[in-house]
Design a protein around this ligand. Structure first.
Ligand code: TZD
Length: 522
């Protein structure tokens, strides 16, 4: 007789959730053992932060919901850090945590996930432990559909491991073909109101956020920018690159402070803020949010982003459809802007974090191979470079850039090479990702930018007059030995020339390579 596990497998197959990122415990074994080996691919991560980081990357690279198998409360706790990224990246992750035998959880036996549905909140859209084994398949279906429905986001299900063997309900066969569609175009009236406001503006400016990249709507932004003759900035704290940085209207990444943003909006009477969770400020710069007389139109896929922003009029839309409608509806002012002045490049000087970016830029956005070329997808988790990366390294394609990634792996696609630029400090949060890279022979170039310090925190310590704070430096770590220990070949460089040669060779490798770039703290 079919079981709860059989019904669950049918639902996972129907939605294409056949790649499972996980780290197992005893509670998960009956589920994992029941997945057909010929259709399910289990990607082992050695720490749940890396498991969720890889799954987040895979979800952003494929645009699909991704299944994650975690161990009870301890696995969920380890995953919470990476969930803060996935939550704000609207990544449709389906976290399935194994629970102890249903009737023993109340007495809190070993490996009980007590009050499981509460544990991952608030970083989860939907979190549940079914009240009976028979409701597990329907809950799995709800979890997948909830994760994949705008605004997409992580969901969490805790399932006692004795549930899987329980008989399935006759009605379970109705679940695999369930779908949920959301329609988010602008109505005729909304489009008329919105385009009237835009056409009335004298000097509009566009600020684009990560969901434009997730919706692959860059071309619509380019059309809107060119029809308006408007400059384009990337919204602060950018986890993706939503606009081609080589386009003449591109002006750079807005720095994450109130005054830093306001000063760039000076002289513009209308801000079109698109596909971003508002302006995600980071460093505290008290002052006026906007220049006097400047209005904000905010287009977002997420009602929460629309309601919590501190200013502007918001429309909750399907970004791709709404931007296409808007690009067709607004007047064409026929004004093309001149490109911004690109920053000067110095590859003759000593190796610094900034010159690491210049080496990447000089090598180009694709790997040239004898039979063609292979695109590069950048993953940046080097916090002293987060304000510079999108100004110095050309990104022209959707899905070309991601920040911050805990595992730095899943962002790969079969046709691309992932170049992960990771600070020495940051690398220690997800260093076990190297093991999965080696085991899966991923095409990943890890560049550890080793300044021996939590450089970004030193910067904050200066601003906050807290330079005497402890824990600002991480000297004395040998990343080459760690890397080879996990099975990833590695080398150390401390000159620009050395990095150029190591990077060139790494790009052509068919498996993962780590380059430790020893740089001077800037
Ligand atoms: C999980 C986690 N822990 C701690 C921090 C705090 N933190 C830390 C520890 C930073 C320093 C990272 O140092 P790095 O060596 O990776 O890069 P830089 O030297 O370029 O800043 S930046 C920052 O916000 C964090 N953001 N996330």
């Amino acid at each position: 007789k079919p079981t709860v596990l059989d019904s669950t497998v049918d639902i996972l197959l129907a939605h294409g959730l056949t790649t499972v990122f996980g780290n197992p415990g005893s509670n998960e074994l009956p589920f994992l053992a029941g997945l057909p080996k010929d259709t399910f691919d289990y990607v082992l991560g050695l720490h749940e932060g890396v498991v969720v980081g890889m799954a987040d990357g895979y979800s952003q690279a494929t645009g699909k919901a991704v299944l994650i198998s975690l161990h009870a409360a301890s696995g969920t706790g380890n995953a919470m850090g990476a969930l803060t990224n996935a939550h704000y990246s609207h990544s449709p992750l389906v976290l399935l945590a194994g629970q102890q035998i249903r009737r023993t959880v109340g007495q809190e036996v070993m490996l009980s996930n007590v009050d499981a549905g509460t544990l991952p909140r608030p970083l989860i859209k939907y979190s549940h432990e079914p009240l009976s084994a028979s409701d597990v398949p329907r809950s799995v279906s709800q979890a997948i559909l909830e994760a994949s429905t705008n605004p997409k986001g992580p969901v969490y299900l805790s399932v006692p491991y004795d549930d899987w063997a329980v008989d399935a309900l006759p009605s379970d066969h109705l679940l695999p073909r369930r779908t949920v569609q959301t329609a988010g175009s602008l109505s005729k009236a909304q489009l008329s109101d919105l385009s009237a406001v835009v056409n009335r503006s004298s000097r509009p400016v566009i600020v684009v956020g990560p969901d434009v990249d997730a919706a692959q709507a860059q071309d619509h932004i380019v059309r809107i920018a060119q029809r308006l003759g408007a400059p384009v900035w990337i919204a602060p704290s950018a986890p993706r690159c939503p606009f081609p940085t080589t386009h003449p209207h591109y002006r750079g990444l807005l720095h994450p402070g109130i005054e830093s943003v306001r000063s760039k909006l000076e002289g513009h009477d209308l801000v079109l803020l698109i596909g971003a969770p508002g302006m995600r400020y980071h460093r505290w710069e008290p002052g006026a949010y906007l220049p006097d007389g400047t209005d904000v139109i905010h287009l977002t896929c997420d009602p929460g982003e629309a309601t919590r922003a501190p200013y502007g009029s918001a429309w909750v839309v399907d970004l791709f459809d709404a931007l296409e409608q808007l690009a067709d509806a607004i007047d064409d002012r026929g004004v093309l802007l001149h490109p911004r002045v690109s920053p000067s490049v110095d590859l003759a000087g000593e190796l610094t974090a900034t010159s690491v970016l210049d080496v990447l830029a000089a090598a180009g956005e694709a790997v040239s191979l004898p039979n063609g070329s292979r695109p590069i997808a950048y993953v940046n988790e080097c916090t002293t470079l987060d304000l510079l990366f999108l100004d110095r390294v050309p990104i022209t394609r959707p899905g070309g850039y991601h920040f911050p990634a805990s595992g730095g792996l899943g962002f790969g696609r079969p046709d691309a090479t992932v170049v992960a630029v990771i600070g020495d400090g940051s690398s220690n949060y997800g260093i076990t990702a190297l093991y999965t890279a080696a085991q899966r022979k991923t095409r990943t170039v890890f560049i550890i930018v080793n300044n021996g310090s939590y450089g970004a925190l030193r910067g904050f310590a200066k601003r906050l007059n807290a330079l005497n704070a402890p824990g600002l430096d991480v000297p004395g770590i040998d990343y080459v030995s760690i890397s080879t220990g996990y099975g990833v070949p590695a080398s150390r460089v401390d000159t620009v020339r050395g990095l150029q040669e190591a990077y060139r060779d790494a790009l052509r490798a068919e498996g993962p390579v780590l380059v430790e770039a020893v740089v001077k703290l800037e």
